[in-house]
Design a protein around this ligand. Sequence first.
Ligand code: FMN
Length: 241
Amino acid sequence: MNTTIDLIKNHTSIRKFNEQPVTKEEEQTIIECAMRGPSAGNMMQYTIIPIRNKETLAKLAESCDHQPFIATAGLALLFVADNYKWKRFFELREVTDHGEPYKGPKIPDFMLAIQDAMIAAQNSVLAAESLGLGTCYIGDIMEQAEFHRELFKLPSHTMPVTLIVMGHFDFKPQLRSRFDQQYVVSEEVYPNVDEPFIDGMFDKEEQKQENFAQKFYSRKIEADFFKEMIRSIKVYLGQWL
Ligand SMILES: Cc1cc2nc3c(=O)[nH]c(=O)nc-3n(C[C@H](O)[C@H](O)[C@H](O)COP(=O)(O)O)c2cc1C
């Protein structure tokens, strides 16, 4: 691959990996690039958990909404939004909050940790892809809160935000389409999202598939995995609310 722009423009998620291992050197480069990403206040409120253990990967293939290809990854990186380390730091240094004892992380800490973790994750994707590896995000890591907490020994005020599975591959699928730019970018202010806007935005999909909206809604939002995601995220969020 030649330039960073070419690399980004040619991104596709890879869901079939071959047997070629991800080397420790590749892993190290990917992690360094993840950590080079910007973070709010340079606090780096995330933890990266590299996973190579086949048993753990097999467990994740089940717990992340039954996606068998996860088990075939050469390496997976778990990105955990993490307010725990700074919480421990503030507690141990007996920091006060307006003269009162420190009470722990608040909602903005949570949001910033999520953003830090996702930025680091995307840097890891770009680094892996520039090394010729294929990657796929696994959002279903936000499910099964109790199981994943136990599996990775996660303390309070942490939440697994995303899992990036990666590995070498033989076949690269076609690029998936994106919405046209006019439906995503709006100069200076938010666009007027009237009915013709929505008609145009979804025209290609609706041409391809009858009743696309209902079918999409049923497949995603009504699905069991989505109910589980709602339940599990509430479990995590409870720690900050
Ligand atoms: C936050 C997030 C969560 C995702 N979760 C999954 C997942 O659990 N399983 C999966 O196969 N792909 C997952 N993906 C990959 C998307 O399906 C993929 O990026 C999208 O369909 C566009 O395809 P492309 O990446 O090949 O361009 C996820 C992507 C993101 C950004």
